[in-house]
Design a protein around this ligand. Sequence first.
Ligand SMILES: [Zn+2]
Length: 286
Amino acid sequence: MADEERAGLGGEIRFPSEPASSLELPPVIEKPMTVAEAELRGLPYMQDIVEKRNVFKKPYRISLADRAEALGEIEKLQELQKRAEEVRSLLLARTGDKPTPEQIEWARDTMRGELLALARGARAFTMHHRVPPFRVGAAMLALREVSEKDANPWVIMFSANTKVDDDKKATKEGEKWCAEQYLMDRITEPTCPGEEGIKKVIAFAVSGEARSDDVSALKGVEQITLTPCAICRDRMNYDPELTTGEEPIIPLTTEVVSQDINNLGIQKWQKVGEMHGFHGERREED
Ligand SMILES: [Zn+2]
C-alpha cells in the first residue's frame, strides 16, 4: 500500500452508530526506551523503563512449546532438552549439589561449548516474518535452590527470538522479543518446577548472524558477533527482579558469550556490566 493511501485511510474516521460512551479504546502504552534513548531525553530511570517494557511486550510472546508445535519442531525440542538434561547430570556428578566458587568457574568455562551448541540448535524455534527469518538462539547456565525432589542445582535453558503480533503470528507489525528475554522470563515467571528458585545466572550464550549496532551510540558500527541488543542489555543490568539486592540473580559479572553462526570460531566474551560501555552507552549508577 502506498504511503498516501495509508495516510488517506487514517484521515477518514467513521463513527459507529452506538453512543460514544460505549466505545472502548485499547489503552495507550508508550513504548519504553533504551538506555541510549533515555539519556538523550534526560530520563535515567532504567528500572522503571525495563519494568514498563516487560509489560508492554507481554502480548507479543509465545512459549517455546507452542512454537515447537507451530513450527513442526517438537523432535528438535526434545533432542535439545535431552542434551541439556545430560549436561546438567554431568555437572552434578562433578560438583555435587553445593558447587564451590571454583567449581562454578570451572562449569562456566567447560560448558561454554555446550551452551553455544544449544543456542545454535535453539535457532529452530525462531518465529520471524523475513525469508529467511532472522534467527537468534540463546542458552543460559544458572544455579537454583535445590528441592527434595530434584537435588541438582544446575539449570540449563535455551530459547530463540520471535517477532509476532498479538495473534502470535510472525508479521512485520509484530513486536520483537529476544531469545535472552525469553530466558529471563523463565526466571521471573517459571514455566515448570525445574525453573523455580533460580538464584544466579552464570552465563548466557548467544548465537546468530553478526549485524551492525542499531540503537546504541555506535549506530552502524559492524560487530564481529551478535551481542545482546539494547533491550536485552538494559534488562540484564536493570530488571528490578533480577539485578537488585545483595546477591542479584544476574550480577554484573555474569558472562555473555556470543558466536557468529557463519564462523563458529569467532566468539566474544563479555560481562553483563560491560555491555553498555562496549556499545558506547553510559551505565546508569544509582
Ligand atoms: Zn535482545
